[in-house]
Structures are given as C-alpha cells and as structure tokens.
Write a protein that binds this ligand. Structure first.
Ligand SMILES: [Zn+2]
Length: 219
C-alpha cells in the first residue's frame, strides 16, 4: 500500500485541521519512513522477487521493529506524545497517533501474511488483497480520493502556490503509485531503500503545500 497511506494523511486534516499536512503524512507513513533506515542498517530484511510472478515483488522477510502491531502501537504513542509536548494539542496528538496505527491496519488488508503481531513471533498476518490487484487499486485510489476531497473541503489556497503545489503533489503521488505497479522490480535492496528514503521529500512537500493554504471559512 502506498497512495492509500497518503490518502489517510490528507483526510486526517478534517479531523485535526491545525496539524500541518506534512506532519499528517509523517504519521500516516511513519513506519514506511522508518523501514528504509532499518534496511540500510541491516536490522530488517526484505527479498526482491525478480521472476515477475508476485506483485509487488517484495518478500518482507523480517520487519518487526517497523511493521509489527506492537511496535506500531509504541511508535504511535511516542509520536502522539512528542506532538503533545511540542504543540499542546490533544486532538492533534490523538489524530496523529491513530494515523500511525492506520498504516498497519491498511497494510493488514493488502499484504500477504507477513505482518507480525509482535517482535519474535513467527505468526504473521495479512489478508492478501494484493492478490486481487484490481480490487486493491480501487481500494487505494478510493481512500486517496476521499482523503484529497476532505483536505480540499478543509483548506483553501491562500495563493497560487497553494493550488499548484497541491495538485502537482496529487499528480506526482498517482504517478509514483502507477510506476510502482507497472514498473520493473527494484534492482536491489539498496536501491529500494533509497527510493524509500526519498519519501521524506513527500513529507516536505506536504509542509510546503500546507503553508500556502488556510483553513476554510467554517473552521
Ligand atoms: Zn507499510
């Protein structure tokens, strides 16, 4: 799941309008932002299928610190606590914590059974919607469209940048998602990890968009 997580980030703006889109992206995509660093450090492991038989071509062999349910709950609590300490907003903290957990729940729907409940267990979960790519696409794009719609309802552009930065971000996310789906598998884990790290730019893009938009009149 990729674009669906960004959909959650966009949509969460309606629940916590004062939180920047960048911070909402950071929360909804938090464990996938952590994962490339854990791969690079050799703490977590992934295999890439090059035979083209499985989509996506990734075998998530070992990722309990980013993607076990227990770890995600701990990350969510830490994320919410950090936000509360910095911004003193309990609504913002709760929404961000839920956004962090939402990542695991959405992954649970689409992943093959590779998500552990806690580090150290061999029992792994996943409802494998990835095996029905059309339905998976429809689910992700629906979440994304709903999220963008909620964001558009909650904010209005305060200048031209607020409009174009947003729509170029939306187009870029759609392009990456389709590129991931239809493109070739990554050549190796290092390349995959660097592409993962590049997602920090999407977080920055979220902050940039949000700076050029104001809350709609009824907020
Ligand atoms: Zn994930």
């Amino acid at each position: 799941m990729f674009i669906g997580h960004f959909g959650v980030g966009f949509g969460a703006k309606a629940a916590a309008p004062k939180v920047s889109l960048g911070t909402l992206f950071l929360a909804a995509q938090f464990i996938d932002l952590l994962w490339p660093t854990l791969l690079m450090l050799g703490i977590e492991r992934v295999n890439i299928f090059t035979d083209g038989k499985q989509r996506p071509p990734l075998d998530f062999v070992y990722y309990p610190f980013s993607h076990s349910l227990l770890a995600v709950i701990i990350w969510a609590v830490l994320f919410a606590a950090a936000y509360y300490v910095i911004r003193r907003s309990s609504i913002g903290a709760v929404v961000l914590g839920l956004a962090v957990v939402s990542h695991w729940l959405l992954d649970l729907i689409v992943h093959y059974p590779d998500l552990p409940l806690y580090p150290g267990t061999s029992q792994r979960l996943g409802f494998a919607l990835w095996s029905l790519p059309i339905f998976e696409m429809v689910l992700e794009f629906s979440i994304f469209a709903l999220g963008v719609w909620l964001y558009l309802r909650t904010t209005t552009a305060s200048d031209a940048t607020g409009k174009w930065a947003l729509w170029s971000l939306v187009a870029f996310l759609v392009a990456i998602h389709l590129g991931n789906f239809f493109g070739p598998p990554p050549p190796n884990v290092t390349a995959l990890a660097w592409v993962g790290q590049a997602q920090w730019l999407l977080v920055a893009w979220g902050y940039w968009v949000d700076k050029h938009r104001v809350l709609a009149a009824y907020y």
